[in-house]
Design a protein around this ligand. Sequence first.
Ligand code: SF4
Length: 455
Amino acid sequence: MNYEFRDDEFWKQIPAWKDVTREEFGDHKWQLKNSVTKVAKIADMFDGTLPAELIADIEEGQVQTPMNVRITPYIFALIDWSNPYKDPLLKQFLPLGSQFLPNHPYHMDDSLHEDVDSPVPLLTHRYPDKVLFLPTTVCPVYCSYCTRSRLVGGTTDTKNKETYGANVKNWEPAFEYLRNHPEVEDVVISGGDAFMLKASLIKILGETLLDIPNIRRIRFATKGVAIFPQKILTDEDWMEALTDVHKKAVSMGKAAVIHTHFSSPNEITKWSQLAMDRLHGMGMIVRNQAVLQEGVNNSYEEMHKLVKQLSYINIQPYYVYQHDMVPGCEHFRTTVGEACRLESKIRGTTAGFNMPLIICDLPEGGGKRPIHSYFYYDEEIGISAWRAPLVKEGKVFYYYDPIVKLKPEIQDKWNDETLRDQMVEDFKKKAAEVMEAKDAYEKEVLKDSGVAEQA
Ligand code: SF4
C-alpha cells in the first residue's frame, strides 16, 4: 500500500490559483474566503480552458440537485480536471446533469425519519441511549449525496429549505430534554457540520453537554477533517476550544471524539496526515463514516485503499453506509447485493477494529443494521426486508435497490405502476411468510437448546 501521501502544489493546476503559495493555501481563512460557491465562476477560474460541454453539464447539475454548491479550494483543486467525468470528487461535490437518474418511486425526503423521531426541535431520539443533535444546517462543503438535503444548505431549484445557523438560544429545549432523560448517554453533534461552529460555540455546546450528568459520550460529526484539514492546522482559537472540551471530557471520565467522513482515498493527502497527527497527538479519537457510492468507492480496490490509508493516519474506518433513499441520489446508489459482496471481499484484509461495518440505515427509522442482516432479499427485483426489534418492534422495513441496476425486464415492471404495485405486494407477502417461518423455527426448533431465549 502506498503511504506516500500527495504533497505537491496541486492547486496550481487551477489557473486562478497558479500563484498561490503553500502558506496561503494552508491558511484556513484563505480556504474559507476562496471556497467555490458559484458555478458561474468556474469557467473564469480556468481562464476559459474548460470544455464548454463540461461547464454546461455542471450548470445542468445545479438545476437537478437538491444541494447548493460549496467546495473548499482544497477539494476543488484535488479534482482531476483532465478527466472530470471519472473523478470521484467531482461526482460528490459538483454533480453533472448527465449523471442524474429519476428518483426511485419509494424515495423519501426524510428517509431515516429523523423528523418523525424528533421529540423537540433539533433533536432525534431513536435508540434508547443515544440522540442526534443538529445545531446548524451550514457546512464547509455541500455534498451532492447528503442524506439531509431536505434541510442542509440553502434552497435550490428542486428544494425549498428552512435552513438555520447556530443560535445558542435555540439549543436550550434540546439541553432540557437531555437533562430530563437520564437514559440518554450519547450525543452525536451533526447538522450541518460542527466545523462551522465558532470556537465559542464549540465550547458552550461541548461543556453544556458534558455537564449533564447522564451524558457520557459526545461526538462531533464533521466532514472537516476530510475536506478542510487546514482548519485543524491553522485555526488556533477553534483548536483551543476543541482541546478544552476534549480535556474536560477526559478529566470527567467521559469521551469527546470526532466522527469524520472520508469517502474516497483521493481526499487523503499530506495535509490530512498532518491534521491527523495534530488530533492524534492531543489524544483525540477520530472515526470515519463513509457512504458507499457508485463510481466513488464501490470497488474492492478503492474501498481497500480507503480503509488502509485511513488506518495509517489513525482514523478508524468504523462505518460504510449503504446510500439512503433520498432524492437526487439515484446515480450514487448501489444494490444491497453489491454491498454484501464488497463486505465479504474486504473483511479479513486488515485487523478487525479497522474493518468498517457496512450498514444499511433502514428507511423509516429502523436504525443501522449490518448489510447482511436482512431477513429476506429478492435481488432480482431489488427489494430487501429487515427488522429492528429493539428500535421499532413488529415493524418491517424495506430497502429498494436502484432500478437502473436491475435486469431490463424487471426495470420495465418498476416503470409500470400497476405491475410495480403487484410486484411489491407479492414481495411483502413472501417476506411475511419467511418471517413467520423464521419465528416459528426459533420458537419451536431452537427452544430446547435455549438459543432462542438467548437471542
Ligand atoms: S458535510 Fe455532511 S451534512 Fe454537510 S452536506 Fe456533506 S453530508 Fe450533508
